[in-house]
Design a binder for this molecule. Structure first.
Ligand SMILES: [Zn+2]
Length: 479
């Protein structure tokens, strides 16, 4: 049972990621280049992400629906910047049932157009507003440079689409959903994020304003982990989404869209993972606790298995996700490594001596080695485990935040800026000029990730061109 070790993150972060995704059985490559197969362990993680988000969507009045996979090609052409943004990545169906189609169909790259078409039919009056719909699905954007979860031709996500009577309501919705993504990232995924506004060049194709949450990965690079768009009246005008206001005047609606995808799994891997493998946040982990009975003889096997079953029952009844490793023919050490690779937050070791003493040994995944081990009584195991999981959840977030802060600099000039984005983020004044942004990107490979919402800005000078600047942006090299 020789185990191949991962490359360390310091050696080769990319290869560490690629091998980890395969070894932890999160996902696999598909026969069609660019596609991915999400394996059960990866899908269980996604399901927990889905539930954490869906709960928040519903608490704020949203409902789920399902719109078609196929969209008439002409729909994409209706909104000018949308078509410009998405045309290069469209997958187009030209034949069906053995015949050439009169009008080609595109496989949805996102659903603004087909949902806009439906909203135009459904919305007549101010009484029909707001419409707050979300859908869980997959979309296709042609992409050949595969990186599982981060860059795939087909990916899974949710896309929310809402219609409102006023600009203010649409803006409120856009910001509310950004807040929901932030809350989910910080409190459930233990991923600290910077919520902020995108520059014009990084906006969604067809949006007036795009907001995003940006996270720092373990190699100092940025990952856009969720976006929320105020679409203004652009799609309402393209699809004739109109309503009669209280005065009987026909008005265009204001629409929004927002999405978070399986990319977020990539963020969880790269923010928390270590050289031993995944480290999963307790709130989202498919298994929060793994029980490993340790035995040498058959008699010991019976005793420790029985103890494991006794511990498992109250944990499961308390709503915890628990796995007992009953495998024969592999050593406890192998099992420990295996579950460490898969990132299970808490391991409980139960040997014959522990059974005799009425105790167990708990081992925290986020603190490998002796430091993370502590004894716990079998009676009152639920309280001990619940407390340990809460501690792990918090300490994972704090560690990730401390890492981001240690790798975020405020450069005083462009030389310092260039050095800062080699290892992390640079917070710097920027003039807002697209050409300047492009030149920064060309010379440093760093992009303006967002203008943080909590940064008041002020009177400064652009870190690149020296012109006067009001906003301070976060810059970094991005996935
Ligand atoms: Zn500038």
């Amino acid at each position: 049972m020789a185990e191949q070790k991962l490359p360390t993150r310091a050696e080769d972060f990319n290869e560490w990621y690629n091998q980890l995704v395969l070894k932890a059985e999160l996902a696999d490559y598909a026969p069609v280049r660019g596609c991915m197969i999400v394996r059960p362990y990866g899908w269980a993680l996604w399901e927990n992400i889905q539930q954490a988000l869906d709960r928040r969507f519903k608490a704020t009045g949203h409902v789920n629906a399902a719109f078609p996979l196929l969209i008439p090609r002409s729909f994409i052409d209706k909104e000018k910047s949308h078509v410009a943004g998405f045309s290069p990545e469209l997958a187009v169906v030209t034949h069906g049932g053995g015949e050439e189609l009169e009008e080609p169909l595109v496989i949805r790259p996102t659903s603004e157009t087909i949902i806009g078409h439906a909203y135009a039919k459904w919305i007549q009056s101010y009484r029909d507003l707001p419409v707050l719909i979300n859908q869980w699905n997959s979309v296709v954007r042609w992409e050949l440079r595969t990186k599982l979860f981060l860059r795939t031709l087909e990916f899974f996500w949710q896309e929310g689409h809402t219609a409102h009577a006023t600009f203010e309501e649409a803006e409120f919705e856009t910001r509310q959903m950004l807040d929901i993504y932030t809350d989910f990232a910080v409190n459930d995924a233990a991923v600290p994020v910077i919520p902020g506004r995108k520059s014009a060049s990084e906006r969604f194709a067809g949006a007036d304003q795009t907001y995003s949450i940006e996270a720092m990965m373990g190699d100092g690079k940025a990952l856009q982990a969720g976006t929320s768009h105020n679409l203004g009246q652009n799609f309402a005008k393209a699809f004739e989404i109109r309503y009669l206001d209280q005065g009987g005047v026909l008005q265009y609606c204001w629409t929004t869209s927002w999405g978070l995808s399986t990319r977020f799994i990539g963020a969880i891997i790269m923010v928390h993972g270590d050289d031993q493998g995944l480290v999963l946040p307790p709130k989202l982990a498919p298994y929060q606790v793994v029980l490993v009975p340790i035995w040498k003889t058959d008699a010991e096997r019976a005793i420790t298995m029985e103890a494991a079953a006794k511990i498992r029952t109250p944990l499961v009844e308390a709503g915890l996700r628990v796995k007992t490793d009953e495998r024969e023919g592999v050593s406890p050490g192998f099992k420990f490594n295996d579950w460490e690779m898969r990132g299970v937050p808490l391991r409980i070791e139960i040997g014959p001596r522990d059974v005799a003493q009425g105790s167990v040994v708990m081992a925290r995944r986020d603190k490998p080695g002796r430091e993370g081990k502590s004894p716990a009584p079998q009676a009152g195991i639920v309280a001990a485990v619940t407390e340990a999981l809460a501690t792990i959840q918090k300490s994972m977030h704090d560690k990730a935040l401390a890492f981001r802060e240690a790798h975020t600099l405020e450069p005083r000039n462009f030389e310092e800026f260039k050095a800062a984005v080699e290892t992390g983020f640079a917070r710097a004044f920027w003039c807002g000029d697209a050409k300047c942004e492009e030149e920064i990107k060309e010379s440093t490979k760093a992009t303006m990730r967002c203008i943080p919402l909590d940064d008041p800005g002020g009177a400064g000078t652009c870190v690149f061109c020296g012109k006067s600047a009001r906003d301070r942006g976060v810059f970094g090299r991005a996935y």
